[in-house]
Design a binder for this molecule. Structure first.
Ligand code: SF4
Length: 53
């Protein structure tokens, strides 16, 4: 699996996670906010996440 060393990620439940290493395998991800106005880290997430399987 390809590893993108520029995108660190610990979400190993995601089908795009590099598994053995804490990186994403995609060339590009979309980071999103899920509150109208992001005021803290918890208000942001990876919009490219897809559940394994
Ligand atoms: S798509 Fe997002 S959640 Fe999935 S491995 Fe890449 S950075 Fe992590």
């Amino acid at each position: 699996m390809k590893i993108n060393n520029s995108i660190g990620c610990t979400v190993d439940e995601c089908r795009f996670h590099a598994k053995k290493e804490s990186f994403c395998s995609l060339d590009h991800i979309n980071v999103v906010k899920h509150e109208k106005s992001a005021r803290n880290q918890e208000a942001t997430d990876c919009g490219s996440f897809k559940l394994e399987g």
